[in-house]
Design a protein around this ligand. Structure first.
Ligand SMILES: NC(=O)c1ccc[n+]([C@@H]2O[C@H](COP(=O)([O-])OP(=O)(O)OC[C@H]3O[C@@H](n4cnc5c(N)ncnc54)[C@H](OP(=O)(O)O)[C@@H]3O)[C@@H](O)[C@H]2O)c1
Length: 259
């Protein structure tokens, strides 16, 4: 029987690292991708030893607009990739008009362009091989505008919309697309985005990366289209359906404000 692989982007840290753990736990061979070589090699060795699966490390800086193509070509060199986890992502906190376009442009390239590129390449490959699963890590940010994190919220709204639309296009095929929408989660994300003093982070106990990854992995395996992790997050996801979006923007602004 041909060996199949699960490709995971952003596998060096946080939610992606935990998703790699669930994939390997299920006996799946994994292709781990990110920029941090040492972390990926260490994880690859651990998963190989603990679960007796094949592990491949492929470095990629997905802010480079040709990186997704190169990553896909390397991943499928003599391999069948039947699961793709588009997890790599980043954000920036701060008013849209103030500074740091570089980080926002990077976030557009990683969160949105690379994800779309990998989906475009993966779906025909999966159809050809008769089955496939795609898990796109969006966010509860996808459900609402985010004053103070406008570009990040917009990238995640794109990911959710794209995932749901393509999932419908694929109805009746053996290929599914799932959007995972975590709320605030204990990872390096907030350090990277310089968000220590943001109200949302200080509000209470955040979910662990493992809890979020488990919810996403389970939803993907079940072929569900959207998975929102956590009761409060489900409420936040529902809110924009019953109150005007302008009001939702005011609430989101409070949560994203520095205290
Ligand atoms: N934490 C949260 O509260 C939260 C909530 C909702 C959604 N999410 C989403 O969950 C996903 C994972 O985030 P996380 O919380 O686990 O954050 P994290 O711990 O900061 O991990 C981010 C991952 O993305 C990779 N990455 C960042 N820039 C990259 C680039 N230019 N090229 C390739 N890989 C890159 C990082 O690897 P390297 O640095 O090694 O490249 C790392 O593996 C993201 O899409 C994020 O938007 C997070």
């Amino acid at each position: 029987m041909t060996k199949t692989y699960t490709l995971i982007t952003g596998a060096s840290e946080g939610i992606g690292k935990e998703l790699a753990w669930f994939a390997a736990r299920d006996g799946r061979n994994v292709i781990l991708s990110a920029r941090s070589e040492d972390k990926l090699i260490e994880l690859a060795e651990t998963l190989r030893k603990d679960f007796n699966v094949e592990t491949v490390v492929l470095l990629a800086d997905l802010s480079d607009t040709s990186a997704a193509q190169t990553l896909w070509e390397k991943a499928t060199e003599g391999r069948t990739v039947d699961t793709v986890v588009n997890n790599a992502g980043l954000g920036r906190n701060g008013a849209f008009a103030d500074g740091d376009w570089d980080r926002e442009l990077t976030s557009i390239n990683v969160n949105l362009l690379a994800l779309t590129d990998l989906m475009k390449r993966a779906i025909p490959h999966m159809k050809e091989h008769g089955k496939g699963r795609i898990l796109n890590v969006a966010s509860t940010a996808a459900f609402m505008p985010g004053p103070g994190m406008a570009v990040y919220h917009a990238t995640k709204a794109y990911v959710l919309s794209l995932s749901e639309a393509v999932a419908e296009e694929l109805r009746g095929t053996n290929v599914t697309v799932t959007a995972l929408c975590p709320g605030a989660t204990q990872t390096d994300f907030f350090d990277q985005a310089d968000m220590h003093d943001v109200r949302l982070i200080k509000m209470g106990r955040l979910a662990t990366a493992k809890q979020v990854a488990e919810a996403g992995w389970t939803a993907m395996r079940g072929g569900h289209r959207v998975a929102v992790h956590g009761g409060i997050n489900k409420l936040f996801a529902f809110l924009p359906r019953i109150v005007p979006r302008s009001f939702v923007a005011v609430i989101a602004k409070q949560f994203l404000a520095r205290t």
